[in-house]
Design a protein around this ligand. Sequence first.
Ligand code: GDP
Ligand code: GDP
Length: 447
Amino acid sequence: MQSGLPVLVLVGRPNVGKSTLFNRLTGTRDALVADYVGLTRDRQYGRGVFEIDGQGRAFIVVDTGGLMPESADPLAVLAEEQAQLALSEADHIFFLTDAIAGRHGSDEAIAAQLRKLGKPLTLLVNKTEGKARGGAKGVAVADFYALGLGEPEPISAENGDGVPGLLRRVLEKFPAGEPDELAEVPGEVRVAIVGRPNVGKSTLVNRLVGDERVVAADRPGTTRDAIRVPFEYEGNAYTLIDTAGIRRRSRVEEVIEKFSIVKTLQAIESAHVVIVVVDAHADVGEQDARLMGLVAQRGRAMILAVNKWDGLDPGDREQTKYKVGLKMPFLDFTPVHYISAKHGSGVGVVMRDVKTAYDSTMKDLPTPELTRILERSVDRHAPPAVLGRRIKLRYAHQGGSNPPQIVIHGNQTDKLPVTYKRYLANEFRNHFELKGVPLVLTFKTGD
Ligand code: GDP
Ligand code: GDP
């Protein structure tokens, strides 16, 4: 059974247009995740949405080219661990080539590798804009038949030619909507526990769920199934979104799972609240921050658990706290707890925050109340004038949950300074007591 989003993986030698296509597929929506100002998008892992018959189809995109320095040999790129993992987890591969440069020796070497994989694949000939169908385009494309990967498809990543048709054909093969097992159940608090290997995820899971339950969930499945494990903690019901990386650890013959960012993304996708676990004994750093960035990009409520707090002397604790503050982004509303999964200290507080964050992320925000807060905020502090015309903000309504989204209608809203958007976000956040969650503000101009 399909569980989780379809995974599309981009492969090709440098400069064929992978990152251009990645940007096109993942897009930049008009929404501002107000609290994550300064968040840079991940250039390797992204999420896209494409509409088929009025229904948004979400998918994950991985750009394998982004996983290594640009100068690297393209085959070395494919040999890289995360690229190999991504290919093994791919539902569909886009192999990009370059119509302007023509067929290249590296294209053939990559084609040979991809043929061995035997995964669903589309051979794309990029940079074909401005070439007439049939004539020049036909010639440019025909050259790539020789790669032996079926019919080459002309696209232009830069201006989008051919991309919607391509996405439609690929995504139509996957079921629409949420798989049954991840359909929203009222009151079900879905928690994902993510982090680098060895930070203590399995230990935390075992503490929360109990060993037997984790083992019980360890049934063979597809490579990227996110399994739901219901559990109770201090009288509250939760569902753990379990990834293979966590489950397998509890086996007697300890199988060392490779750390899969794609699986982590699937778990984040399915969760209401994500607990990011980092290891106080290790160097808290870039990788951890990157994981937090992925959670933030998806707009999930997030709690940072700095684990293995036991056995650290006061000097080390001081230094770890300093490093966490320095290196971890978005901590302004992300609760941070220093815990010991092994001994249980701090775990109760983390779970209470999970509950609070869930209540915030699923909260109903009634239109009259939103509009009243908007009016009150504008009265207290009016938006600036642009070329002598005041920016008007008229009313607001809720655009969605998990993360909470507020849509604000007015005119010239595209001219609103970021500082003002942040001010509004804070007003809404304080009034509705939205804790531990990002808040997405979208602006619509009516004139
Ligand atoms: P990557 O190394 O495979 O990720 O390639 P990039 O996306 O960085 O693109 C390499 C170069 O090709 C850049 O200068 C892009 O602007 C250009 N490029 C990408 N897509 C197209 C396209 O569809 N048409 C044209 N003409 N140029 C493109
Ligand atoms: P995972 O790879 O993230 O699932 O990490 P594990 O749960 O397998 O833990 C990795 C190692 O860290 C194991 O040896 C654990 O016993 C140890 N560990 C986990 N939590 C704690 C903790 O709170 N304190 C200490 N001192 N060790 C811990």
